[in-house]
Design a protein around this ligand. Structure first.
Ligand SMILES: C[S@@+](CC[C@H](N)C(=O)[O-])C[C@H]1O[C@@H](n2cnc3c(N)ncnc32)[C@H](O)[C@@H]1O
Length: 332
């Protein structure tokens, strides 16, 4: 059988199974099964598949038709121009999360401009924490854009951290990222209350005993003010558990529940996340959060305290308020 025929048969099967983006899925699975790239596929559609390629391809098509996400079959997903390994232990990076990266870079650029440091967008002296790092996509995309910044990548899931570490190593960023198993900021909160503090504390973030990092302590303790972070970013789980039945089988049955559900209503994690971030950000530090499609009304009021200023809301391409950002004030 030639490539063109295999592609047609695959996409017909996926269409019949109501798979979304069935043409793209069939194409990606064919490329994966044959080890070809798109150029080779479309310039030589008459090339025959070997028997083993054909068996692999149609087995993948069957799995996709049964609801397994394409990314779990190919083991990868592109994000911010980088190729990430994905497994069932991590959320598959979504295109809308790229808005989080854009907002972080915009807000840092604005801050640098205000401080008349517009030439310095390398992230020098910045310490950034990503809460719920999953595959590591946010941390690693920011590490690419901010080549001098240092990062803490936190996740409650040790299995996710293993995937994130592999991605950081393969993509060449592991020397600037400390991976830490942590419930929100708990593992860096040993020196202060975990659920809220009226002021800023002076002690350094203390790493929990479950720290797992290739970054030497000295690298991370070289921050200007060792006590606090310059930026906290998070794409927390935000789907409502009561809406689980409305999710597609790809998502509900194949992506980790800990990465999907924020609680019965979905937005439950944001309150602690925002309170703990206020405690851990330097004055003038930035908080950037991804939002669920209907989270804004529940989450934005949480920033309505003297701890926060310069609140920003950024819509995604579908016009949904997707990213909430704010600056830590100096005096509260
Ligand atoms: C929506 S996923 C985001 C993953 C990745 N940052 C991304 O944008 O693709 C949420 C991540 O938060 C982690 N998580 C869930 N609850 C957490 C908690 N209490 N503390 C830290 N991480 C948590 C999950 O394991 C998951 O990796």
């Amino acid at each position: 059988m030639d490539l063109r025929t295999a592609l047609k048969m695959g996409l017909t099967r996926l269409r019949a199974a109501n798979v979304s983006s069935h043409t793209l899925a069939a194409e990606l699975l064919l490329l994966h099964a044959t080890g070809r790239n798109r150029t080779s596929l479309y310039s030589h559609p008459e090339d025959p598949l070997t028997q083993s390629e054909s068996q692999t391809y149609f087995a993948l098509i069957d799995q996709r038709a049964a609801g397994v996400p394409t990314q779990h079959l190919t083991g990868k997903q592109e994000f911010w121009g980088l190729e990430f390994e994905v497994t069932p232990d991590v959320l598959i990076p979504r295109p809308e999360t790229e808005h989080v990266i854009e907002v972080v870079l915009d807000r840092l650029a604005l801050r640098a401009l205000r401080a008349k440091q517009s030439q310095n967008m390398s992230g020098e002296n910045l310490v950034i924490t990503d809460i719920g790092t999953g595959s590591g996509c946010i941390t690693i995309a920011l590490a690419k854009e901010l080549p001098a910044a240092k990062f803490y990548a936190l996740d409650i899931s040790p299995a996710a951290l293993e995937v994130a570490k592999r991605n950081a190593t393969r993509l060449g960023f592991s020397d600037r990222i400390a991976f830490i198993e942590s419930d929100l900021l708990a593992a860096v909160s040993a020196t202060g209350p975990q659920h809220g503090c009226p002021g800023l504390h002076a002690a350094a973030p203390k790493l929990g005993s479950r720290r797992s990092s290739t970054v030497p302590d000295s690298a991370l303790s070289s921050q200007k003010s060792p006590s606090l972070f310059d930026l906290i970013v998070s794409n927390p789980p935000y789907i409502a558990r009561r809406q689980a039945a409305t999710l597609s089988t790809e998502v509900r049955d194949h992506e980790p529940a800990v990465a999907l559900f924020g609680g019965e209503e979905g937005y439950e994690l944001y309150a602690n996340l925002i309170t703990q971030s206020a405690f851990h950000l330097k004055p003038g530090g930035l908080l950037v959060l991804e939002l669920g499609h209907d989270s804004l009304p529940a989450v934005q009021p949480l920033l309505d305290t003297p701890a926060w200023t310069n609140i920003g809301v950024t819509n995604d391409l579908a016009g949904i308020p997707r990213v909430l950002s704010a600056e830590r004030t100096s005096g509260s």
